[in-house]
Each structure stands twice: as C-alpha cells, then as structure tokens.
Design a protein around this ligand. Structure first.
Ligand SMILES: CC(C)(COP(=O)(O)OP(=O)(O)OC[C@H]1O[C@@H](n2cnc3c(N)ncnc32)[C@H](O)[C@@H]1OP(=O)(O)O)[C@@H](O)C(=O)NCCC(=O)NCCS
Length: 336
C-alpha cells in the first residue's frame, strides 16, 4: 500500500544547452573513432560544447531563470540554491555562489553538492528535506556541466571523450499542500571502493608538494580516467536494485510507474536496466542521442523535455534513477 507523505514538489523546470552541436563525425576528425562505434556502444549521435561565454554558472543562470519563470515565481522568491557539478566554475568557492551573484540574490543560502552523475538526485533529496523541515521554502536545484574543456581528445582518451556533453538543468522545489503530489521517497547510496574507476586524479589537494603537478598533462592525470566495464556493471547491478528499494519504501509497484527518467550515460545501460526490471521500454525516457552524458544536468534536461512533450502531466508517477562516479547511485519517486 502506498504511504504518501509528500511535503515538497517540483514547481518548475528549465534547461539550457549551448548552441554548438558536435556530431560523432566531428569527433572522428579529432581522434580515431567513428559514428558507428559511438552509436553502437552508447546511442549518442551528437552533443553540445560550450564556448567561452557558456561557463557552468552562466549556463546555470539561463536554466535557472527558465525554471523560475516556469514555476511562476520571481528570482527573489528563491531562498536556497543547491548546485550539483563535477566541472565547477572554479576550485573554490562553489558554483552556487557564482550563480547566486548572477541571479542577484545576496544572502540566500548556497551549497554545492559534489556527487557527479547522481548529484541532481542527492540535491533533490536535500531540497525535499529542507522544505519538509521548513529550513527553506523555495529551493533552486541546478545541475550544470562543462565537460568539453576537460576531455582528452587524443586517441588515448577516446573511450571517455566521445561520451560527454555540456549543459545545465534547473528545478524549483517548493511546498506541496497535497501529500499525494510531490516527492514520495528517495534512496541514496555510495561505495567509495569504486572511487578510482571513474575519476580525475589531478589537480588535487592530496598531491604534494603542489596540488597541480607540472607533469599532469604529460601523464594525462588531468583527464578523466574510466574503467568502462566496471562502470557498466555497477550501473546494471545497482540501478534496478535502487528502483526496487524505492518502490518498496513508498509502497508502490513497478506497474504504477508512468515514466522512468534515468541518468543519460549510455542508452545500452538504460535498455539493460529496463530489461532486468521487466519494465516497458516505451516508458523509459532517452535523449542521450542529442546531448551525450551531461552528468548532473542529464536527468533535469530529460525531465523537462518529457514534461514539454506531454509524456509527464499532472498526476504522473515518475521514477528518477542515476548512477555514476563515486561510485554513487540513487532513485527518487514523485507524483507530478
Ligand atoms: C565505454 C564503453 C562504451 C566501452 O564499450 P566496450 O564495449 O566496453 O568497449 P571496450 O572498452 O571493450 O573497447 C572495445 C574496443 O574499442 C576501442 N575504443 C574505445 N573507445 C573507442 C572510440 N571512442 N572509438 C573507437 N574505438 C574505441 C577500444 O580501444 C577497444 O579496442 P581493442 O578491442 O582493439 O582493444 C562501455 O564500457 C561503457 O559504456 N561503459 C560505461 C561508461 C559510462 O556510462 N560512463 C559514465 C558513467 S556516469
């Protein structure tokens, strides 16, 4: 039996992707790869790369203004800003502070959540808790990533660099007066034993005597390193499990879900997750073809597009699920 106790809900959504489209053929001019290899292994056809004006905070601002308008609010109604990003504006302070300045909201609480591909779900769970406990009233949650300035476009980095794209998504979380509408439950997990299966070694404050070692370009430690097979296995094992756990926690069944909005890392992974669950393929949202993996932004962009094209409407039961570097994995169930 469902045990609905929603205290907060999504009041508005928005997203922004930079205008520059980079196709698989464009990448094959820079490294030894092909449209066929990329499509077959990941489902990706193209992604967006930002220019100098589209920094993580600049894209976050555009996505945020769209989400605030979608919620029928003004920027001044926001009292808390949570930003998820693995590609922050700077080493410090957090991107949320840069975004707050752009939005002209001095005094609002700002927090960065460093959880890579599950960053948006960890942020939504935090926002839900803040609203539930009346710590906050209107929380702006943003996922924003500029991957393109940090990827290795040589042959050595081709397994990673073909997968990622740039973009930002924003959601406004606020009070729900109806316990059946809004966030019904979240399950968050991590296993640091997998930290080095998907990571960027340099720069880092663990490195002595200087956190940005001069040879980090030569030894390629400045670029993301990925054990693709371990990540694939982690996703296919933990995502079905965390979806089932969230259903059990909330008292819902698989058949009740109207739409599954998974993290967009690889279409093959999401197909495998649906197959393992016995969940209908047509109820799974995919947009990785157009954007690649935008990490903390991916679920927000997919959710917004599913709303815009009518796949999500008032009353829809929507499961969000993500996995990624950390390792981390998470799911959230909500009724729109
Ligand atoms: C990365 C991934 C697509 C690779 O697929 P795979 O089937 O495991 O491929 P392999 O690693 O076995 O590589 C197969 C071959 O393709 C080559 N290859 C790797 N990247 C390539 C590219 N971009 N273009 C062409 N060939 C490539 C490899 O060098 C290897 O060649 P070899 O057989 O001569 O050694 C897959 O492991 C994956 O999707 N993992 C999860 C990644 C992910 O989701 N990351 C983000 C998580 S948030």
């Amino acid at each position: 039996m469902p045990t609905d106790n929603a205290a907060s809900r999504v009041l508005g959504t928005g997203f922004y992707v930079p205008p520059k489209v980079v196709t698989n053929d464009d990448l094959s001019e820079r490294m030894d790869t092909s449209d066929e290899w990329i499509r077959q292994r990941s489902g990706i056809e193209e992604r967006r790369f930002s220019g100098p004006e589209d920094t993580p905070a600049a894209m976050a601002e555009k996505a945020s203004r769209a989400a605030i308008a979608d919620a029928g609010l003004e920027p001044g109604d926001i009292d808390t800003i949570l930003v998820a990003s693995l590609s922050p504006e700077h080493f410090f302070p957090g991107t949320a502070c840069f975004l707050q300045d752009r939005l002209g909201l001095p005094g609002t609480a700002c927090m960065d959540i460093r959880n890579q591909c599950t960053g948006l779900l960890y942020s939504l769970a935090t926002a839900d808790a803040f609203v539930r406990t009346e710590q906050s009233r209107h929380v702006l949650v943003v996922g924003t990533e500029v991957h393109s300035t940090g990827l290795d476009f040589s042959n050595e980095g081709r397994d990673v660099s073909v997968l990622f794209g740039d973009g930002a998504a924003a959601l406004i979380i606020g009070p729900s007066s109806d316990p059946t509408r809004g966030f019904l439950g979240h399950c968050l997990h991590a296993d640091g034993r997998g930290a080095k299966h998907l990571w960027v070694p340099s720069p880092g404050s663990s490195i002595f005597p200087f956190r940005a070692p001069p040879d980090m370009f030569e030894d390629r430690s400045v670029y993301p390193q990925m054990n693709g097979r371990a990540v694939f296995k982690h996703a296919c094992t933990h995502v079905p499990a965390v979806i089932k756990e969230t259903l059990e926690k909330t008292g819902y069944g698989l058949d009740d879900i109207d739409l599954l909005v998974p993290h967009q890392a690889n279409m093959r992974i999401n197909e495998m997750i649906a197959k393992q669950l016995g969940f209908p393929a047509e109820k799974v949202v995919h947009n990785i073809q157009r954007y690649g993996n935008t990490t903390a932004a991916s679920i927000g962009i997919a959710l917004h597009e599913a709303k815009a094209d009518g796949r999500i409407s008032e009353g829809s039961l929507v499961m969000l699920a993500a996995f990624g570097s950390g390792f981390t994995w998470a799911a959230s169930l909500m009724r729109f």
